[in-house]
Design a protein around this ligand. Sequence first.
Ligand SMILES: NC(=O)c1ccc[n+]([C@@H]2O[C@H](COP(=O)([O-])OP(=O)(O)OC[C@H]3O[C@@H](n4cnc5c(N)ncnc54)[C@H](OP(=O)(O)O)[C@@H]3O)[C@@H](O)[C@H]2O)c1
Length: 429
Amino acid sequence: MKTINIGLLGCGTVGTGVVRLLLTNEVKHTQYAQAKMDVKRILVSDSAKKRDPVIRPELLTTNPDDILEDPSIDIVVEVMGGTGLAREYILRALRAGKNVVTANKDLMAQEGEELFREAARYDVDLLFEASVAGGIPIIGPLKNSLAGNRITKVMGIINGTTNFILTKMYEDGSEFEDVLKLSQELGYAETDPTADIEGWDAGRKIAILASIAFNTRVTFKDVYMEGITRISSLDIEYAKKLNCTIKLVGRASERDGQVEARVHPVLLSLSHPLAKVDGVYNAVYVEGDAVGDVMFQGPGAGEMPTASAVVGDILSVARNEIKGVTPRENCSCYDRKEILTIDRTVDKYFIRMTVVDRPGVLSQISGVFGQKDVSIDSLIQTKHSEGSAELALITDDVIDANLRSALDEIQHLEPVMAVSSVIRVEKDS
Ligand SMILES: NC(=O)c1ccc[n+]([C@@H]2O[C@H](COP(=O)([O-])OP(=O)(O)OC[C@H]3O[C@@H](n4cnc5c(N)ncnc54)[C@H](OP(=O)(O)O)[C@@H]3O)[C@@H](O)[C@H]2O)c1
C-alpha cells in the first residue's frame, strides 16, 4: 500500500479538524484512495501552544521549509489563512511540484488566477472546496456535476454570522446592535465583526462562485458590497407585512454575456427556498438551464464541517496521484466576460422615508421619481405621527443609477426628514 504524505500549513480550528477526520475515518480513506494518508509535518506559529491531543507534538514545526522543501510531501494543505505568507507558501509548494488543498477564501478571491496559472504550469492540482460555505459541497458540484448547464444565477446565504443576526432580529424584533453584541458573546461574531457585517466575507465567496459558475474571472474588487448595519427592527416589521424576510445574500448572475456579482440585504419572499435558511446555516441556490433550481444547504463553517470539505479534496488529489492522472482540474475561467457595475444593475427596491406630514409631499416625491425614470409599484403604508409621516413604498424594476440620483434629490427636498431604508427586493419574490 502506497502512502500519500501530507504537510499541513496551520493547525487551528480547521487544521485540527483535518487531522481528527483523517484519523477517525482512516480505514475508509485508505480504501477510497488506495493509499494511506499520512500527516507528516504541521507548520504552526507557536509550537509550545497547548493543543488538542490528536495533534502529535513531534509533527509540529515553525519552519515552512520542513514541508515545502521535503520532496516526500505530496499534498500541502494550507489552513493558516491570510494572503501574504499563505500566497508565498502555496506558490512555493506548487513550484516544487506539490498538489495544494486550501480553505483560504481571501486568497482564492484575490489571487486565484496567479495560483491556477502556476498549478497548470507545474502540472499539479489546486483544490479549494472549503473556501466557500465550509462543509457544503458547492465548488465541486458547480465545476463537475453541473458542468453541462449554462448557469444563469448563483445566490447564497454564505455568511453564518450575519444570518444568525438577521434570523434573531426576525424572531425577536430586536435591534441590530443588540444582536451583534449577543453574537459576539456566543462566539458567532469576531471581536472586530467588520468583514462579516459589511459583507466582505460573503463578497470573497461570491467572487469565487461567480468565477466558477460563469467561467470568467471575478475578483473581490469586482463585487459590489453592502452590509446589514442599517437594517432596523422596523424594516423587519415591514418585511413581515409583505410576507418576506430580510437576508444578506451573495448574488451573481449572467445575462447577455454580462456578469454581475454583489452582496447586499434583500427582501426575500417567505416562499423562496433561501428564506427558510436560518441561524448560522448557509445555503447556495443555483439556477441552470437544464437542472432548473437546485439548493445546497448545510453548516458553512466549524471544525468538522470544514474539515469534511478539506479531506474530500485531499482524497480526490490522493486518488489521482495514485492513478497518475493529475492535474485533474484546471482553472475553469476560460472566458473574459464584462462585469456589470452596480450603477447599471436593475432591481426592485423597498424604500422607507420620514417626511413632514402635510398635503402635497407625496406628489413632490413622486415628481422626482418620475423625472428620473423610477416608477412606484406600490405605496405600502403612510403612518402619521405628531407632524411627521412615514412613507414605505416599493418601486418597479429600476436602474440603480436612476434610483440613486432620484434619492439624492429627494433627500434634499425641504419636507423630507430622512430616507431611512433602501433595500433591494429579490425579483423572484
Ligand atoms: N474556521 C472555520 O470554520 C473556517 C471555515 C472555512 C474556511 N476557513 C478558512 O480556513 C483557514 C484557517 O482557519 P482557522 O479558523 O483554522 O484559523 P485559526 O484557528 O486561526 O488557525 C490558524 C493556524 O495557522 C497557524 N499560523 C498562522 N499564521 C502562521 C504563520 N505565519 N506561520 C505559521 N503558522 C501560522 C496558527 O498557528 P498557531 O496554532 O501556532 O497559532 C494556527 O495553527 C482560513 O483561511 C479560514 O478563512 C475557516
